[in-house]
Write a protein that binds this ligand. Structure first.
Ligand code: GLN
Length: 251
């Protein structure tokens, strides 16, 4: 498929961007630059008409989870995801999708994750359902617990990449398996994706059905499980369109 064909297909897609809190406008700008029809999801009536895909932006996952329920968006959006609607969750959006969430939004979490860092063996060696390693920090995890969709079989530790002041940029290639299995034109083999991490969750374990798209220092930071794509970083801040293109291609 050539680029023109891919972009022409995207134009027929209608993507809803959860817009109750956080960095949603950057996703809307990026999608519009790709020629994709998108709309903001703020109220239940916004999703009354059919749409093809969903973006869950970065922000504060505990606030977003609360608002989703208050606005009666939680169940309908969860049902869409369970029924196979393509979804891209970035940062807080990854947390909303995760089946298991460790850590609260406060400093205790960062410190407990830091303290147990050396106990976190890279995900390939670690069982997805393993809760023992994290029992110590779970004592600290009750204050701002997030009750999200729990549809993506990963375990994340909130804020484990550091606090706001520890935000950082990195670069990493896209795994060749991910590019081989997609109908989207892959970036050049040499392309290093720009990764911006802001109070980001770390994927500390994943089920074998979850494919790694991008990894950094032995940890997955972008993953895919069937219709669900999620990442710890903010591709919308660096105009990194690959994950959005995957979402649109799947829609
Ligand atoms: N730390 C935030 C949370 O726990 C996520 C940060 C982000 O989306 N940049 O929800």
């Amino acid at each position: 498929m050539n680029n023109t064909h891919v972009r022409a297909t995207f134009r027929k897609k209608r993507i809803g961007v959860l817009s109750v809190q956080g960095a949603f406008i950057e996703h809307i700008h990026l999608l519009r630059n790709l020629g994709v029809d998108c709309f903001e999801i703020r109220q239940a009536h916004d999703i009354a008409h059919s749409f093809d895909g969903l973006i869950l932006p970065g922000g504060e996952s505990s606030v977003q989870a609360h608002l989703l329920k208050e606005l009666q968006l939680f169940e309908p959006l969860r049902n869409h995801i369970l029924q196979g609607m393509p979804v891209l969750g970035t940062c807080a959006g990854l947390i909303l999708l995760a089946a298991h969430i460790d850590g609260s939004g406060d400093l205790a979490c960062v410190e407990s994750c830091d303290a147990s860092q050396d106990k976190h063996t890279p995900l390939r060696e670690q069982g997805f359902g393993d809760t023992e390693t994290f029992s110590q920090q779970s004592v600290l995890d009750t204050r701002a617990a997030v009750h999200g969709f729990q549809t993506l079989k990963v375990r994340v530790c909130r804020n484990a990449y550091g606090r706001q002041l520890a935000s950082f940029h990195a670069q990493a290639p896209i795994h060749s398996l991910a590019t081989a299995s997609s109908s989207v034109n892959a970036p050049a083999q040499s392309h290093l994706m720009q990764l911006t991490f802001i109070r980001a969750p770390k994927i500390i374990a994943q089920d074998s059905c979850v494919e790694t798209l991008v990894s950094l220092d032995g940890y997955s930071c972008a993953v895919r499980q069937d219709n669900q794509i999620a990442c710890s970083f903010h591709p919308e801040l660096d105009a990194e369109v690959y994950l959005h293109e995957l979402l649109c291609a799947a829609s």
